[in-house]
Design a protein around this ligand. Structure first.
Ligand SMILES: *[C@@H]1O[C@H](CO)[C@@H](O)[C@H](O)[C@H]1NC(C)=O
Ligand SMILES: *[C@@H]1O[C@H](CO)[C@@H](O)[C@H](O)[C@H]1NC(C)=O
Ligand SMILES: *[C@@H]1O[C@H](CO)[C@@H](O)[C@H](O)[C@H]1NC(C)=O
Ligand SMILES: *[C@@H]1O[C@H](CO)[C@@H](O)[C@H](O)[C@H]1NC(C)=O
Ligand SMILES: *[C@@H]1O[C@H](CO)[C@@H](O)[C@H](O)[C@H]1NC(C)=O
Ligand SMILES: *[C@@H]1O[C@H](CO)[C@@H](O)[C@H](O)[C@H]1NC(C)=O
Ligand SMILES: *[C@@H]1O[C@H](CO)[C@@H](O)[C@H](O)[C@H]1NC(C)=O
Ligand SMILES: *[C@@H]1O[C@H](CO)[C@@H](O)[C@H](O)[C@H]1NC(C)=O
Ligand SMILES: *[C@@H]1O[C@H](CO)[C@@H](O)[C@H](O)[C@H]1NC(C)=O
Ligand SMILES: *[C@@H]1O[C@H](CO)[C@@H](O)[C@H](O)[C@H]1NC(C)=O
Ligand SMILES: *[C@@H]1O[C@H](CO)[C@@H](O)[C@H](O)[C@H]1NC(C)=O
Length: 865
């Protein structure tokens, strides 16, 4: 928008000049307009000399070096005739200089002759590269300026206070530079420059509130404050400024605000609020913004029903309300928005509805309706939308088949239909769409065979078929004609036999899912040499892979962040991924040997899961490095032995530790007390020889503590303090050598424990979730046990079958479930019921089988550019 305005004015100057000269020639005796002044001509030439021409300095495709025509000899020696120079017709002074998009590169410093041009009223240097120059304070010399445009020209640093002296400014554009406006700040600027009609500061680091007095700039017609670090509450009065036409305050995440009641007669054409903390409802009076053409409220916090009056805004061509919390129905009045070319309502809480209303909107080229509770079939009338290039319908409840017209729509660039209930075969015509870049059909009910050899979409970079009933086939002959994938999702696609050879030559891969197939044998050498710089996500879980064909110290994908190899038949030593790795899951394989110390170099690791292998020997001391970054360390069910290293430092970040089912001996390392973020600790089924670790009670977040089947002994003393074990939900102390009684105080205060007593497997679940860049990770710790009635006393509450005292006998070591001497005090259970909670637990007497498992769920924030 600003650039088109800019170029319009540029082209108009010469026209007006010509017209003017022509008129003078007709109406007066032959007189020559004044030649430009020598000192100004000189200053311009000096300016030209101080800069170099570099085509890459301008981004506009129509850019050219205007100064190339500036010469002092021949006919063109009058600087008023130079390209981009405008002179006053009477005085001959240079009053306008437009060097926008002129491929200029170099610094503008305080002695630049630019500041000799003191008669300038218009200065436009936009879209050049001034090499991170600061705006010199000598800008104050240009005190006659009305228009100043330095946008997109690589200026940096603080905007000088001298700019406030340019009190005639009507239009100021400093956007898209690395500038700061802090001392002076936005408030000072607005106080000084009261004539502003245009204020464009997008990308300038303001990091302050929007001053209330901005609502006094009654002439303001265009305000761009995109991505300025604005904070606080946006003054509502600004929306009501009588001349305001363009307003962008996008991408200021800490800027709060509400929309006001809008009056009739508003001239607002552009209202861009995306990525702010605006909240509340859209007012019904938004229907008064009759001139509105673009409305972008993506990723704000709006809620409530979208007012049907929005359908009155028949000039709208761009509407984005995605990623808010709008509820109710999508207004039926939207069928009136016939000018719409871009529509996105993705990810809101709409009540369910069909898609038929879209069919009237024949100018649409983009539809974003993913996660909008849409159901029914994809209507065939959508085939009438001949401009459609982007159709996002993923994560809905759409049923039926893919309509055949889709394959005829050659404009399609992006088509996402994933996570619906679509069925039937995938029409092959889709694979011939010539411009298709993204095709997401994952998580549906599609059947049939997909032959990758039939893929003809040369630009297809993201191709996802995960989680259907499809069989994907293809061979190395197909590899030559295949597009270069970046995102490839072929999980659960019945790939079988050796590693899919059609992947030969795929050297742009970034995100690859091949899990849940029947791929056998080695991960071949040729695949290990592919995409070594680009691949960051590789998921091969649940195949029949035995190892890597080429043995290497470190796996070759240098920027790998996610690697899942679990549930294969990997043998031999533990493969070590590169340093960049943050998630490494290789559980349920047949790995043997020790943990190589090289693993301690993985200082970015957040999740390390090695469970259910045959890894052995001692843990390396350097595991401390990992405990300073990792959240999850799962070594369950291997053959590790020796002491658990006493190496948890004060920076410990661990939230879950599972060392169970190994041969660890010695004491529970006291340095574990440094891991104050710990939520889950399982060291069951080892040979730990220690007393009850009452010191673990200080962990404020500990929810699962499993110490069963060790050599723990001694008396469990009374809790030390009120806060001991406050958050515990699951405790298992059974199968140890504790003596004495278990103090009831623990039970009383373990109120967080919640389980349900039933004579069937009992599942207790602890969910912990956290977010990593690009991933949402949810962790479920599932602990299940079967309680059996031991002749044990009947149903709870029916009979008092234990002692009634205030303490419970602690469990003795029990490996066989039958020989259980102790009884459970029903009183405790009664306490639980009475307080609205049901206490299940611990002593081991009632539990026959136990099984616990980790369910690692990754909710991949689906990758967007
Ligand atoms: C650009 O800036 C750098 C760093 O200040 C300087 O070394 C270089 O000479 C400048 N280039 C031009 C053409 O001014
Ligand atoms: C501007 O001043 C600097 C030193 O401050 C000098 O190096 C440079 O040559 C001067 N430029 C011009 C155009 O006079
Ligand atoms: C500012 O303008 C005056 C003339 O008004 C001129 O003498 C002076 O050199 C200019 N300053 C700069 C830095 O160009
Ligand atoms: C605007 O929309 C509302 C609700 O849809 C309607 O009642 C009203 O008549 C419309 N106003 C105009 C001027 O079209
Ligand atoms: C939508 O299109 C249908 C069929 O083309 C037409 O009958 C109907 O009047 C249109 N609705 C609106 C509101 O334009
Ligand atoms: C598609 O458009 C044609 C006219 O171009 C119209 O006759 C037909 O009804 C439309 N189809 C649907 C399903 O709306
Ligand atoms: C697709 O295009 C072909 C050839 O132009 C045509 O025969 C067919 O009817 C079209 N299919 C649909 C569903 O529009
Ligand atoms: C860890 O990385 C460093 C630097 O790359 C390397 O020198 C060192 O040998 C690595 N340590 C191990 C145990 O592999
Ligand atoms: C916690 O870490 C520090 C520094 O690494 C260590 O000296 C201390 O012993 C640890 N704390 C405990 C309780 O072990
Ligand atoms: C248990 O909690 C209650 C209230 O939270 C507190 O008064 C009591 O002292 C606690 N008892 C123990 C043994 O921690
Ligand atoms: C659709 O919305 C979901 C939920 O916000 C998001 O994860 C997904 O990336 C979106 N899909 C597309 C294609 O934008």
């Amino acid at each position: 928008m600003p650039s088109s305005v800019r170029f319009l004015t540029v082209r108009m100057f010469p026209l007006l000049l010509l017209l003017f000269i022509h008129l003078r020639a007709c109406h007066s005796s032959p007189s020559i307009h004044p030649l430009c002044h020598d000192e100004e001509s000189h200053a311009l030439l000096k300016l030209k000399q101080s800069l170099v021409i570099d085509e890459s300095a301008s981004s506009d495709p129509s850019a050219y070096p205007k100064v190339a025509s500036w010469k002092v000899d021949g006919e063109s020696r009058d600087c008023c005739s130079w390209d981009g120079v405008e002179c006053d017709r009477d005085s001959g002074h240079v009053i306008g200089l437009d060097l926008s998009s002129s491929c200029l590169y170099g610094s503008i410093d305080s002695n630049s002759t630019l500041f000799h041009l003191v008669h300038l009223r218009r200065l436009n240097l936009a879209d050049n590269d001034f090499n991170n120059s600061e705006i010199p304070s000598e800008i104050r010399n240009l005190s006659r300026l009305f228009d100043l445009d330095l946008s997109l020209s690589a200026f940096s640093g603080q905007i000088p206070a001298e700019i406030l002296e340019l009190s005639k400014l009507v239009s100021l554009d400093l956007g898209v530079n690395s500038l700061k406006l802090q001392k002076p700040g936005l408030q000072h600027l607005v106080e000084a420059l009261t004539n502003l009609e245009v204020l464009h500061l997008s990308g300038v680091d303001i990091s302050a509130k929007v001053p209330q007095i901005m609502a006094n700039l009654s002439s303001l017609s265009s305000l761009f404050l995109r991505d300025c670090g604005l904070q606080g509450e946006f003054p509502m009065g600004i929306f009501q400024l009588p001349n305001l036409r363009f307003l962008s305050i996008r991408f200021n995440p800490y800027l709060m605000g509400y929309l006001p009641e809008f009056h009739r007669g508003s001239h607002l054409e552009l209202l861009l609020l995306a990525g702010t903390s605006f909240s509340g409802q859209l007012p019904e009076s938004i229907g008064n913004l009759k001139s509105l053409k673009e409305f972008d409220a993506k990723k704000c916090y709006f809620s409530g029903v979208i007012p049907s009056s929005l359908g009155n805004l028949t000039k709208l061509n761009y509407l984005d309300l995605s990623y808010n919390s709008f509820s109710g129905k999508i207004p039926s009045t939207f069928v009136n928005l016939l000018q719409l070319t871009y529509l996105s309502l993705s990810s809101n809480n709409f009540s369910s509805g069909t898609l038929h209303w879209l069919c009237n909107l024949t100018n649409l080229n983009t539809i974003g309706l993913n996660l909008t509770n849409s159901y029914g079939e994809i209507p065939s009338c959508l085939g009438n939308l001949t401009q459609l290039a982007v159709l996002k319908l993923d994560q809905n409840k759409l049923a039926g088949q893919i309509p055949s017209w889709i394959g005829n729509h050659t404009l399609f660039i992006l088509l996402t239909l994933g996570s619906n209930r679509l069925h039937g075969p995938i029409p092959e015509s889709i694979f011939r769409l010539p411009n298709l870049e993204t095709l997401d059909l994952q998580e549906n009910l599609f059947r049939g065979t997909v032959n990758v050899g039939l893929l003809r979409s040369r630009s297809l970079a993201s191709f996802q078929l995960n989680g259907n009933n499809l069989s994907v086939i293809g061979n190395s002959n197909d590899s030559i004609a295949l597009p270069k994938f970046q995102i490839l999702g072929l999980g659960g696609c019945n790939l079988s036999g050796e590693f899919p050879s059609f992947l030969h030559g795929q050297n742009h891969l970034e995100f690859v899912e091949l899990g849940g197939n029947k791929i056998e044998g080695h991960i071949p050498k040729w695949f290990m040499n592919l995409s070594t710089e680009t691949l960051w996500h590789l998921d091969l879980f649940g195949n029949f892979l035995t190892g890597f064909e080429q043995s290497v110290d470190i796996l070759p994908w240098n920027n790998l962040r996610y690697l899942r190899l679990s549930g294969n038949k990997l043998e031999g030593a533990l493969p070590i991924p590169p340093r960049s790795t943050i998630i490494y899951i290789v559980s349920d394989n047949r790995l043997t040997g020790e943990i190589p110390p090289a693993i301690c170099n993985l200082t970015s690791l957040v999740i390390l899961q090695l469970s259910n292998n045959n890894l052995n020997s001692k843990l390396p001391q350097c595991l401390r490095n990992i405990s300073n970054s990792a959240s999850v360390l799962d070594l369950r069910n291997n053959s590790f032995s020796g002491d658990i290293p006493d190496a948890f430092s004060s920076d410990c970040t661990l939230r879950a530790i599972d060392f169970s089912q190994n041969q660890f001996e010695g004491k529970i390392p006291r340095s574990l007390a440094n891991c104050t973020k710990l939520e889950i600790l399982n060291i069951g089924k080892n040979k730990i020889n220690d007393v009850f670790p009452s010191w673990l009670g200080i962990f404020p977040k500990l929810r699962v503590l499993i110490l069963r089947s060790n050599r723990l002994h001694g008396v469990i003393g009374k809790p030390r303090a009120n806060f001991d074990f406050k958050r515990l939900q699951i405790v298992d102390l059974s199968g140890n050598y504790f003596r004495g009684k278990l103090p009831l105080e623990y039970f009383r205060n373990w109120t967080a424990m919640k389980t349900i007593y039933k004579e069937r497997p009992l599942y207790m679940q602890v969910v912990s979730s956290f977010h990593l860049t690009g991933y949402g990770m949810g962790y479920h710790f599932d602990y299940s046990m079967t309680m059996t009635n031991k002749g044990l006393c009947g149903k709870p509450l029916s009979r008092n079958c234990g002692n009634d005292e205030d303490s419970l006998p602690a469990a003795k070591r029990d490996e066989g479930s039958t020989a259980y001497p102790l009884e459970f005090g029903w009183k405790v259970v009664v306490i639980g019921y009475a307080s609205g909670l049901v206490i299940g637990v611990i002593l081991g007497c009632v539990m026959d089988t136990r099984k616990y498992e980790w369910l690692v769920k990754n909710y991949f924030a689906r990758w967007q550019r």
